[in-house]
Design a protein around this ligand. Structure first.
Ligand code: ATP
Length: 209
């Protein structure tokens, strides 16, 4: 009867906004395990420097010594863009039937949900937990607001194996990978925005500079 969380992202690079959210999700929902799942990122013009392997290594470094946080490289192994729908379906199939899956997503990403492949069916495989993100102006689209109506519950009132959505009020941290990449490109410090061992890795490989 395990309770498993899944937090997907490009993690380019991973930062303490991801990590605090993950730890607090584990505590709030009594999760047994939370899997960080780096997405495959097609090479594109803005950040050509950091390949999937390095992003994965940084996530692995970041979760060292954090209980219950693990890295799942299933999307990277496919080596092409994965739909969350396919990932959740595959995970649910791989887990024992009595386990519960929580898909965790930030507010900005959640507001874009209606653009995702088979988005209304995601809840056939999991519950969705939505993290707050301070100072992001994303607005909930009308069709998502309608969809939410009979599914939104308090996080501590989630029942059943699938089908509910809850908002989490984790510690708000106005940190993004974009901000970290920008600071590094401008030669500014990013200390304390991400774990020291990840920063050491970035410096060693001269990433984002
Ligand atoms: P970028 O700035 O490159 O878009 P990001 O900081 O948003 O990156 P992602 O790897 O895209 O990081 O995020 C993965 C997931 O974590 C997304 O659902 C995102 O909304 C969420 N997330 C990222 N940063 C935070 C934060 N500071 N607080 C809460 N959730 C976050």
């Amino acid at each position: 009867m395990a309770r498993i969380g899944l937090l997907g992202g490009t993690f380019n690079p991973i930062h303490i906004g991801h990590l605090r959210s993950a730890i607090e999700s584990i505590e709030l929902l009594s999760l047994d395990e939370l899997r960080l799942t780096p997405n495959f990122l097609p090479p594109h013009r803005e950040n050509p420097s950091v390949d999937a392997e390095k992003r994965l290594t940084m996530v692995k470094l970041a979760v060292e010594k954090i209980p219950k946080l693990v890295v799942d490289d299933l999307e990277l192994k496919r080596n092409k863009l994965s739909y969350t729908f396919d990932t959740l379906k595959a995970l649910q199939k791989a887990l024992p039937i009595e386990d519960t899956l929580f898909f965790i997503v930030g507010w900005d990403a959640f507001c874009g949900l209606p653009t995702w492949h088979r988005w209304q069916e995601l809840l056939n495989y999991c519950h969705i937990l939505v993290l707050q993100r301070p100072h992001l102006s994303a607005k909930i689209p009308h069709e998502l607001a309608i969809f939410l109506q009979d599914k939104l519950v308090d996080y501590n009132q989630i029942t059943g194996r699938v089908g509910k959505i809850a908002y989490l009020q984790q510690t708000p941290l106005d940190i993004s990978s974009t901000k970290i990449r920008t600071n590094l490109a401008q030669g500014k410090s990013v200390q304390f925005l991400l774990p020291d061992n990840v920063l050491d890795y970035i410096n060693l490989h001269k990433l984002y500079q």
